[in-house]
Structures are given as C-alpha cells and as structure tokens.
Design a protein around this ligand. Structure first.
Ligand SMILES: *Cc1c(COP(=O)(O)O)cnc(C)c1O
Length: 360
C-alpha cells in the first residue's frame, strides 16, 4: 500500500535516548528542557530570531488571530486545509474568500482589494503546498488598508523566499509540525514573528495567560507542547537535509515523466527555494482526475484530492463564489511523496498514470 504520505521515522534508539532523560528528570511538559532545546535548534536551522513551539498548527492560527486582536472580516483563501477557515470561524470572525491564482494555487492578490470592507481587519493566506504567496503584493495591500497579515505556512518547513526562511514574512507566520508534514514532532506547531510585543503576548497566551505561578498577564489558552513531542522533533531535525533532498529527487522524477499536455503542475513563486512538500497534478477535467485516482487505487496507490472540496463550500461560511478554486479542487490530485518512497514505486505510479492517459 502506498499512501499519499507517510510520517518520517527516526531510528528508534535515538528516540529512546531522549526518553531516558525525560524519565530521569520526571519533567514531562510545561516548557521543559527539550522544548527549549528544540526551539533553540529550530531558530538556528531556520536562521530566525523568534519562534514559539506549540501543541499543533491549528492552535497556532488561533493564537495568531487573538494576538493581533483581529475581529470582523478576515480575507482568506478557499484553497487550503480546513483548519485555515475553521480557525477564523472558531475565533468568532467571518472568513471572506478571495479566489486563487490558477497557476500558483495561492490567493490572487489582484482580487483582494475588491473584497475589503470597513469590517476587514486582516488577511490569512496559505502558502499552498509550500509555495510562497505573492508576499510583496499582499504586503502592499495590507499597508494601504492598515490590515494585519498572517501566513498559514503549515506546508512550508524548508521553503525560503528571497534568501530567508518563509517564516519571516507577515506579521505572524504559523506552521504545523504534524506527523503528515515534511518535518514533524508527531503533533506540533509554531508561531513566528519579528515583533517583540506580539511575541510576548503569544508567549503568555500559549500558557493560559500566566505571568507567574499566581499572576496572569491576560487571556490565554493551553497551547503548550510536551517533552515527548519535542524529543521527536530533535531526532527528526538531524535528518531534515536528507528529507528535503529526497523530496527534491522525487519531484524531479515525477516532473521528468509526467510532463504531458494533459498534466498541469504548480507554478512556483519566483525568488523562492521550494521544499517540494507535495506533488500536485491538475488534470484537464474531473473525470480524468477520478479515472487516474481509480487506476492508482487498483494497484494500492492512494493519491489524495487535496484540497477538495473548496473551503467556500463549507456549511458554516457565507456563500462567496470562488470558481477558480472550485475548478482546481475538482481536478487536482496529490501524488505520493515521503522519505521512504522508492524509485521503483515511483516508476510504477508514473506508468499507471501514463497508461490511464493512453500513453502506454
Ligand atoms: C496541517 C495543516 C493545518 C493544521 O495543522 P495541525 O498541526 O494538524 O493542527 C493548518 N493549515 C494547513 C494548511 C495545514 O496543512
């Protein structure tokens, strides 16, 4: 069975070493030494000044929305994982969908201004599949209309834009370190900001608002993560360059054999070093996509329709037409990509796709 992704597993002995330490210290959670060590190593690896390690990528978005005191309407993308939209609604705001660019699959900045009203306070955009948004255009619009920008960078570990980690950009960037992501800590997430005041706020928000054992700085929630999760991150971080390299090789393989007129691939933003977190292909129509999916499933290969359905069709959001997102969602497939995927397996996948398209 070949799933769309499989979590990276470090050698078990390396994880067990960390477990011994956790047992000896008897310190399981609440900002322990491994959480601190992971934060430090991540800052070094990403060359980034500030970050906070959190329980997951969804609480990261929720804390970001709260820390920037957003309310009313949030401009967002309909083409993302559901957590991008659901977090906005969960925090009592209204998602206002702006359609995507059909080449990059990211929010189309040319369409943002038409959706801004006097209730708009922020933009929450996803760097879809790890591909950077049009960061400059979005920053200009935000400045002109005095809006905050949050990037859902859940897919982005390892992506750089103009020489810096993608996590540098926006008032806040959030990420997910869930087991299905390229770099993971089983469950996990993080927020990034360059603003010291925003950082301070998110730090107390992550820990119930505590300033000290008996004092509170303000409203908070449980956004913490544990020593066990941090330990997995410390193990996996040692292999991150191998993980990124294997993704790059796998993407090159798919690209080489699947460059056909019926298959459209994602256009990567200029100025970026892409992490190849996913390998989406867009077919000419939904029937063709479903036929390929069915053919692959016959040989126990399970691509996924990321992101179908388009989030503008959720039953708890207002009706906003996003025809491009709906169209891409209907005919996209993400092909298997994970550390242990072999060339033999990729060969089999490619052959089956080409056969379904009558090339072989
Ligand atoms: C995975 C993901 C999330 C949620 O992250 P969790 O760590 O699973 O809570 C949010 N946004 C996007 C785009 C994602 O892919």
């Amino acid at each position: 069975m070949i799933p769309v992704t499989r979590p990276f597993s470090p050698p078990i002995a390396e994880y067990q070493e960390y477990l011994k330490g956790i047992w000896q210290r008897n310190w399981y959670t609440n900002n322990g030494p491994l959480v601190n060590e992971l934060e430090l190593q991540l800052k070094q690896y990403l060359k980034i000044k500030h970050l906070l390690y959190l329980g997951n990528g969804t609480i990261a978005i929720q804390i970001a929305l709260k820390a920037l005191e957003l309310e009313g309407e949030i401009i967002t993308t309909p083409f993302s994982y559901v957590a991008t939209t659901s977090s906005i609604v969960w925090e009592g705001m209204r998602p206002v969908f702006v359609d995507i660019d059909p080449e990059t699959f990211n929010i189309d900045p040319k369409k943002i201004e038409a959706s801004i009203t006097d209730k708009t306070t922020g933009i929450l955009a996803t760097h879809c599949f790890g591909n950077p948004c049009d960061i400059k255009a979005i920053a200009e619009i935000a400045q002109r209309h005095d809006l905050k920008v949050i990037y859902d960078a859940a897919h982005c570990f390892g992506t750089n834009f103009e020489g810096k980690s993608i996590f540098h950009y926006g008032d806040i960037s959030t990420t997910s370190l869930h087991a299905t992501k390229l770099f993971h800590t089983i469950e996990g997430g993080a927020v990034f900001t360059e603003n010291p005041e925003t950082l301070r706020k998110m730090a107390y928000m992550r820990n119930f608002g505590h300033a000290g054992p008996e004092t509170f700085q303000g409203l908070g929630i449980n956004g913490k993560n544990s020593e066990f999760h941090a330990a997995m991150g410390l193990c996996n971080l040692k292999y991150i360059d191998d993980i990124l390299q294997s993704r790059k090789n796998q993407a090159a393989y798919y690209q080489q054999y699947l460059s056909k007129p019926e298959i459209k691939m994602q256009k990567i933003q200029e100025g970026s070093v892409y992490n190849h977190a996913y390998f989406p292909i867009v077919l000419e129509n939904e029937a063709m996509a479903l036929n390929i999916k069915k053919n692959l499933e016959k040989i126990e290969v399970f691509p996924r329709r990321y992101f179908f359905p388009s989030l503008s069709s959720l039953n708890y959001v207002g009706q906003i037409a996003t025809p491009i997102s709906d169209d891409i969602a209907s005919r996209i497939l993400c092909l298997p990509m994970f550390f242990e995927l072999s060339e033999v397996e990729q060969h089999m996948i490619v052959r089956r796709i080409l056969r379904a398209l009558k090339y072989q």
